[in-house]
Design a protein around this ligand. Structure first.
Ligand code: CXF
Ligand code: ZN
Length: 372
């Protein structure tokens, strides 16, 4: 049985998203039909709109969806009809990365997340009878219904029954990316200094995670004073304006160097500065999107001599359900108060929500698409 839905169609950077009637394909045995309650907006959605990533347009975006399972295929064990679920990225489950519980580095990431169809090339959605690109991150959740998969659906634990889905939705991408960079990818050790460059969703999630890990000091760097103030409220012990010679201020505060630096900006000069601030054995984590043509330069003696690491990190090295459940537990315990970043918008106001994100007014816009 197919499903009628309404979805926000993205046709490129110079066109507003338009909400139009679509039809979702009949469920396969390993798929779930999710009635979407809410979906966060992430910069990756906008990078696709702007054709900076190889996802075909037009397309239905949205990859921080949460909702209620409406139906499941015969082979699905991840959730059952009526379950509250959050969705994250999809993966193949069969490659060396997936075998090693590192699905953000899935060898088959593109066909499972970004090719516009199911991994086997069949469309999962039509618009006016013609195939529409969808299955974005295995969900395309800027819609009233989405087809999800056994591997990208996480059941909300009973302990979080009182937390609304509009708050849980964004945990499956930006928040997981920042927190996981600190807690999983860099395995930050207590007592060592960390600096986080950029205080958007990913940077502030990293700062909250650094507080959980016991980093000291925790330094936030940005050009936006309001965001630096928020970073201080949520865990940063120090904040420096990037325009105010932040590297010199960091050197003054941490003369032995940083144990960890996390770049969320994707700006080459910022990454190279961060690298130059590392203590022996220090790690600089790179999570910001940069231009595909960019090349970084590091001094070789400093690199090898101090045992320093430059680490590219995708999705915070999340392993899916295990890490997302851990983050929900931190949130319930008050250690991960990311609700401070969220502002909700009705689905119909998707273009306004995007504008609020791009102007810097709102850190994490979340679309409310249906009721619980
Ligand atoms: C992704 C990148 C690939 C792994 C999961 C998260 N980021 C999306 O914005
Ligand atoms: Zn994202």
């Amino acid at each position: 049985m197919t499903t009628l839905a309404r979805a926000a169609i993205c046709r490129g950077h110079d066109r507003p998203f338009t909400i139009e009637p679509v039809e979702l394909a009949a469920l396969r045995s390993d798929e779930l039909l999710v009635r979407i309650v809410a979906c966060g907006i992430c910069h990756t959605d906008l990078a696709v709109r702007d054709e900076q990533l190889p996802v075909p347009l037009p397309v239905v975006l949205g990859h921080e969806g949460a909702g209620i399972v409406e139906a499941v295929g015969s082979a699905v064990t991840a959730a059952a009809p009526g379950d509250r679920v959050i969705m994250s990225f999809n993966s193949c489950g069969e490659c060396p990365s997936c075998d090693a519980e590192a699905p953000t580095y899935c060898y088959n990431f593109f066909p499972h997340n970004w090719c516009g169809t199911r991994a086997d090339g069949t469309p999962s959605m039509t618009l006016a009878g013609e195939p529409m690109n969808a299955n974005f991150f295995g969900q395309s959740a800027f819609a009233t219904y989405a087809i999800a998969h056994q591997r990208n659906v996480v059941r909300v634990p009973v302990s979080a029954a009182a937390i609304p889905l509009e708050r849980l939705a964004p945990i499956g991408c930006g928040l997981m990316t920042g927190a996981g960079a600190v807690l999983r990818a860099m395995e930050v050790r207590a007592g060592l200094p960390i600096a986080v460059f950029g205080t958007g969703t990913v940077g502030i999630a990293a700062i909250m995670a650094a507080r959980i890990a016991g980093s000291d000091p925790i330094i936030a760097v940005d050009v936006n004073g309001d965001r630096l103030a928020l970073a201080r409220e949520l865990g940063a012990t120090h904040s420096f304006n990037a325009a105010d010679d932040a590297p010199a201020r960091i050197r003054e505060l941490c003369p032995q160097g940083l144990g960890y630096a996390l770049d969320t900006t994707g700006i080459n000069s910022v990454i190279e500065q961060a690298w130059g601030l590392l203590a022996p054995k220090g790690i600089v984590g790179i999570v910001g999107a940069s231009s595909p043509a960019d090349t970084l330069t590091f001094n070789e003696a400093q690199f090898m001599g101090g045992g320093r690491t430059v680490k590219g990190i995708l999705g915070g090295d999340s392993n899916g359900e295990g890490f997302l459940t851990e983050l929900i537990e931190h949130h319930l315990a008050g250690r991960f108060p990311y609700e401070r970043l969220i502002k909700t918008f009705p689905f119909e106001r998707i273009n306004e929500a995007i504008e609020a994100s791009e102007s810097g007014l709102v850190i994490k816009p979340v679309l409310v698409i249906g009721s619980e």
